[in-house]
Design a protein around this ligand. Structure first.
Ligand SMILES: *Cc1c(COP(=O)(O)O)cnc(C)c1O
Ligand code: SF4
Length: 335
């Protein structure tokens, strides 16, 4: 594909990879030999929500193809600047469930910690593209309040590291937080929601395997892959290491128009994931976030696809089709 970027996948230090992102639309267009006419709109849309993409992810894209399913997830488009009624800045009502800075408690038994506001990739359909991360960047002192909240509520048996991407924080910080949570006796499970093992597999470090895999808490990692082309050999190796460290691997996918909203792609995705030891967990309908309307699929199409998946694959390879509705007590099954 693109040798110059491919070589970069081999870096030892993920933090070097995280600093060396492609951030300039002109560079992305040049790396992939895309038409120069795409640049002005890409620049305009990137002003609203920046372009960020790891080089190893770019290396998995087909040069010259504006419809490449990986490129479509990260290339800023003029479509994002068009207002659509019903597409808002806080589609999930998260700001109402923000019990404390850095802590979201919406569902019974589980709290979500916003461990890091940043991501190494900016997915154009991200439901948190307008989230006020600046108000949710607790330092070690403020984590004390979040830990007290968890300790005071024995119904909380699971803590979820989320973000942004929680794995864009350093292992030392994550290990500290994981240890503090381990010290709360009623917490039994620690879950991490991260796209990093897929988009920048160098992030799967020995230190990560240590604090997550050796915890007394039952550990799971929910990755986020949307297309089988994302799962190359470097990702396969990273996932094998996580599995060998006893971390249960699940995947969530966002249903995206023109990227994965067909039976062939979704069944290949489930089969590729399982071959790498990952079970499909959720298939999300797009959250109606401003700027992402062009990724939305018809609900009837989503239902048909899901029915076809059930008819084609064993039950355990069919992700649950869900939607997040503000104020509900769980993700809502779509039927
Ligand atoms: C999605 C989500 C969870 C996790 O839900 P599960 O159904 O357990 O995967 C927890 N808290 C919040 C705020 C969420 O959005
Ligand atoms: S990795 Fe997740 S949180 Fe980060 S931009 Fe993509 S969808 Fe959003």
């Amino acid at each position: 594909m693109i040798p110059r970027t491919a070589a970069k996948c081999q870096t030892e230090n993920w933090q070097d990879d995280a600093r060396d992102l492609v951030r300039d639309p002109a560079e992305l267009i040049e790396l992939l030999a895309l038409p120069a006419e795409t640049l002005p709109a890409a620049r305009a849309a990137a002003e609203q929500f920046a372009l960020r993409v790891p080089r190893s992810y770019v290396a998995r894209m087909a040069p010259g193809d504006l419809n490449d399913p990986l490129l479509r997830q990260v290339l800023p488009l003029g479509d994002e600047l068009i207002d659509h009624p019903g597409y808002t800045h806080d589609p999930l009502g998260e700001q109402a469930a923000n019990a404390l800075p850095g802590l979201i408690h919406k569902y019974h038994g589980r709290v979500l910690l916003i461990v890091s506001g940043s991501c190494v990739i900016n997915c154009r359909y991200c439901f948190r593209r307008h989230f006020p991360y600046a108000d949710n960047r607790p330092g070690r002192d403020q984590w004390g309040a979040a830990l007290d909240y968890i300790a005071a509520d024995p119904s909380i048996t699971e803590v979820i590291f989320s973000g942004g991407d929680p794995l864009s924080a350093a292992d030392a910080q994550l290990a500290w937080l994981a240890a503090a949570i381990e010290a709360i006796p009623h917490v039994r499970r620690l879950r991490v929601h991260s796209r990093l093992p897929v988009v920048m597999p160098s992030r799967v470090t020995d230190a990560l395997l240590d604090w997550l895999g050796k915890s007394r808490l039952c550990a799971s990692l929910v990755i986020h892959a949307n297309h089988p082309n994302e799962l190359d050999d470097t990702v396969a190796i990273a996932l094998a290491r996580l599995r060998a460290a006893n971390i249960t691997l699940l995947n969530q996918t966002v249903l995206l128009r023109g990227i994965n909203d067909d039976l062939e792609t979704l069944s290949r995705l489930s089969e590729s994931l399982f071959a790498l030891g990952v079970l499909p967990y959720y298939l999300h309908l797009l959250d109606p976030v401003a700027g992402a309307a062009h990724f939305d699929t018809e609900r009837s199409h989503a239902l048909t696809l899901h029915q076809q998946l059930r008819e084609r694959l064993p039950g355990y390879l069919v992700p649950k089709l869900v939607q997040e509705i503000a104020g509900e007590a769980s993700k809502t099954p779509v039927a």
